[in-house]
Design a protein around this ligand. Structure first.
Ligand SMILES: *[C@@H]1O[C@H](CO)[C@@H](O)[C@H](O)[C@H]1NC(C)=O
Ligand SMILES: *[C@@H]1O[C@H](CO)[C@@H](O)[C@H](O)[C@H]1NC(C)=O
Ligand SMILES: *[C@@H]1O[C@H](CO)[C@@H](O)[C@H](O)[C@H]1NC(C)=O
Ligand SMILES: *[C@@H]1O[C@H](CO)[C@@H](O)[C@H](O)[C@H]1NC(C)=O
Ligand SMILES: *[C@@H]1O[C@H](CO)[C@@H](O)[C@H](O)[C@H]1NC(C)=O
Ligand SMILES: *[C@@H]1O[C@H](CO)[C@@H](O)[C@H](O)[C@H]1NC(C)=O
Ligand SMILES: *[C@@H]1O[C@H](CO)[C@@H](O)[C@H](O)[C@H]1NC(C)=O
Ligand SMILES: *[C@@H]1O[C@H](CO)[C@@H](O)[C@H](O)[C@H]1NC(C)=O
Ligand SMILES: *[C@@H]1O[C@H](CO)[C@@H](O)[C@H](O)[C@H]1NC(C)=O
Ligand SMILES: *[C@@H]1O[C@H](CO)[C@@H](O)[C@H](O)[C@H]1NC(C)=O
Ligand SMILES: *[C@@H]1O[C@H](CO)[C@@H](O)[C@H](O)[C@H]1NC(C)=O
Ligand SMILES: *[C@@H]1O[C@H](CO)[C@@H](O)[C@H](O)[C@H]1NC(C)=O
Ligand SMILES: [Cu+2]
Length: 566
């Protein structure tokens, strides 16, 4: 009897130990930010990485879990990490944007993020949110259905993350810092990459091209992430259709298409059926750029390689990707994206809108003394929302709001542009110049919010992928030209609009989004083209506390990284 108890005890202890191991294995991540040398495009350079990887490690969770990620910074400068598309209910303390919700984790120190998953299901990603460090510091987040539930389609045979990224031969910090210093456009990247590799069409890249080995007659899920810095993308696989089933970790009505258009910041899960003759096929990604602005014009490739006994084909077919300025191709795809809106995955589009913001999205000029800058008209390029070019503070806005520190930001971000003109028409000189300030917009807890993004023709019109932290929102309408108060709302889709965290505002057009302000805290919103964000195409929403404990901001963790007195 005593022996049995002892054995039982040991067995229980062993099971508890194994359980804790499993839990800690999946719920606690220990990451080191470190420089590492990589060779790409015939040259070697040191880049900032997490745990030495490019891309960095993947996180896999089930819907609704919470994880902890300890970031130990052994790099050269202060960095923060953002969990892109994770709503982090009541927990902006772990959202990440530098000097918006925290100050940087300085070299030699560490910070543990608590990442709270809620309604997200699909693919998201994490990335550094300090200057341009996200170019090399990023990775996938896979959110599987909760235990006991499944996909709203047949479970794929296997799945693979496909991360699109940018590669610069130069140091990325130098690229943006020198551009900000001269006022000109930053240099474009030297390659796009798929899972870290430029692929066969770039020099010195053939041997390392990423290969996805597949079996014939199966359905694979590709979890595609656009981590590229400055260009939207067309992506396709030769001879294979793609069936898109999620966007930004929300299910959509399946779309079968030869190509997708995916903006920086967006994620899409696509199903691919391996029904073609056993062989090699390229998957490829190239820029969608409909503006008259510099962009990288290369094509990154990887190989979809069937397993089997066949001789290596003499040629590998490339998919037909639309040309870089094929706006129709981009719009044709984007217009097909609709929420699944099923019983198991319902949606809830707000109709009681109490805050409506009409927001111009513009590229601008900053006047330089003695016309000494290298941008247009010897001015510096700037960017703005409602003509306010965002100045990043040196104390985070979240802390300033929480502790009532004055002088860090102003709460009067306007609900309208300062001047109404023909935004998408001929440019008048006097409308090009923004105001530089740190302004945030307060929202009441639980209210319905609508934002009408209005693209403008100022300086350099193009498509802008606008990204909101802390929420997913519904894209209820888009159009070209100026938003028309009387006619545009009649085109809204309130039945099955896509739910997203990033949407492209058409070049010289508008896009309307809606969300309920049910996440108290401080939430950044910005263009996900990194050069635009650097130029000031950003703002901040502060959602006030509600009346119940569950509708209030959580208190900060014990050790937020300190802000330096620089
Ligand atoms: C990268 O390589 C250079 C040149 O060989 C070397 O000096 C440097 O220490 C290396 N950096 C890292 C992080 O390994
Ligand atoms: C820093 O890391 C240690 C473990 O290495 C951990 O105990 C500590 O809580 C971390 N500090 C912060 C602020 O996250
Ligand atoms: C940008 O490109 C130009 C022209 O190729 C080059 O001279 C310059 O060094 C580059 N700047 C940076 C920061 O890489
Ligand atoms: C791709 O889809 C189109 C339209 O549904 C169809 O005509 C075509 O046969 C499909 N191609 C393949 C390779 O499945
Ligand atoms: C792509 O860009 C490079 C470098 O800017 C340029 O030399 C080349 O002509 C461009 N190729 C095409 C097809 O536009
Ligand atoms: C592969 O196919 C060739 C030609 O049909 C055959 O000679 C060879 O034995 C096969 N190899 C294997 C491992 O099946
Ligand atoms: C698209 O770009 C091509 C070449 O880059 C150019 O010839 C063509 O005129 C452009 N089309 C439009 C509509 O701008
Ligand atoms: C876009 O869709 C329209 C209408 O459905 C069609 O006429 C056109 O050919 C499509 N264009 C492209 C590039 O797919
Ligand atoms: C954030 O603030 C710190 C001082 O706390 C400053 O050194 C850093 O440059 C700021 N970052 C940005 C992006 O402005
Ligand atoms: C605005 O400008 C566009 C493009 O020049 C023009 O087609 C449109 O008629 C203008 N709208 C108004 C109201 O003037
Ligand atoms: C445009 O406006 C700016 C700012 O008011 C002024 O400095 C500049 O001289 C104007 N340029 C022209 C060509 O009118
Ligand atoms: C609309 O929202 C406001 C603010 O949240 C609320 O006070 C009001 O009761 C709501 N109206 C309806 C009809 O739900
Ligand atoms: Cu933009």
């Amino acid at each position: 009897m005593a022996g049995f108890n002892k054995m039982g005890c040991i067995l229980t202890a062993f099971l508890v130990f194994m359980f804790l191991q499993l839990c800690s294995a999946t719920r606690y991540y220990d990451w080191v930010l470190q420089e590492k040398n990589f060779t790409r495009l015939c040259s070697t350079k040191s880049i900032l990485t997490v745990n030495g990887g490019f891309p960095g490690p993947a996180i896999q969770v089930h819907k609704g879990e919470t994880i902890y990620v300890n970031i130990r910074n052994q790099g050269l400068y202060g960095v923060t990490i953002h969990w892109h598309g994770v709503k982090q209910p009541r927990n902006p303390w772990s959202d990440g944007p530098e000097n918006i919700t925290q100050c940087p984790i300085q070299p030699g120190s560490n910070f543990t993020y608590e990442v709270v998953f809620s309604s997200e299901e699909g693919t998201l990603w994490w990335h550094a949110h300090s200057d341009w460090t996200r170019a090399t510091v990023h990775g996938a987040i896979v959110v599987l259905p909760a235990a006991g539930t499944t996909y709203p389609f047949a479970t794929p045979y296997a799945q693979q993350t496909i991360i699109l990224a940018s590669w610069f031969k130069a140091d990325v910090m130098e690229v943006i810092n020198s551009a900000l210093a001269t006022g000109a456009d930053p240099n474009t990247s030297d390659a796009f990459t798929i899972n870290g590799q430029p692929g066969d069409l770039y020099s010195c890249s053939k041997a390392s091209t990423y290969r996805l080995l597949v079996d014939y007659g199966k359905t694979y899920m590709l979890r595609i992430i656009n981590a590229i810095m400055n260009e939207e993308q067309f992506f396709a696989i030769a001879n294979h259709n793609l069936t898109v089933v999620t966007q930004d970790a929300s299910y959509i009505k399946p779309i079968t298409t030869p190509y997708i258009m995916i903006t920086p910041g967006q994620t899409m899960d696509v199903l691919v059926t391996t029904n073609q003759p056993r062989s090699h096929y390229y998957m490829a990604s190239t820029a969608y750029n409909d503006g008259d602005v510099p962009y990288h014009n290369g094509t990154t490739t990887a190989i979809l390689q069937y397993r089997g006994n066949y001789s290596t084909p003499s040629t590998t077919p490339l998919p037909n990707l639309p040309i870089h300025n094929d706006t129709t191709a981009a719009d044709n795809f984007t217009a097909r994206v609709k929420s699944l809106a099923s019983k198991a995955h319902p949606i809830s589009v707000p109709t009681n809108i109490t805050t409506r913001i009409y927001m111009t999205v513009s590229i601008n000029e900053r006047i330089c003394a003695n016309a000494s800058c290298a941008g247009p008209n010897n001015n510096a390029i700037a960017a703005s929302l409602n003509n306010i070019s965002f100045d990043t503070p040196s104390i985070d806005i979240l802390q300033a709001y929480y502790r009532g520190i004055n002088g860090v930001f102003q709460g009067n971000f306007p609900s309208n542009p300062p001047l109404f003109f023909n935004f998408t028409g001929e440019v008048v000189n006097s409308t090009k110049y923004p105001t530089f300030a740190t302004k945030a917009k307060f929202l009441k807890y639980g209210e319905g919010v609508e934002i009408i993004f209005q693209g403008t023709n100022l300086v350099a019109p193009e498509n802008h992928p606008m990204h909101l932290h802390g929420f997913s929102f519904y894209l209820v309408g888009t159009g070209y030209g100026n938003f028309n108060k009387a006619t545009s709302p009649k085109t809204y889709n309130l039945v099955d609009p896509p739910e997203a965290n990033t949407i492209g505002v058409p070049k010289n057009g508008w896009a309307t989004i809606r969300f309920v302000a049910d996440n108290p805290g401080v939430w950044f919103m910005h263009c996900h083209l990194e050069r635009h964000a650097s130029w000031g195409m950003d703002t901040v929403f502060i959602v006030r506390n509600g009346n119940t404990e569950e509708s209030k901001l959580r208190p900060p963790p014990a050790h937020m990284p300190p802000c330096s007195k620089s």
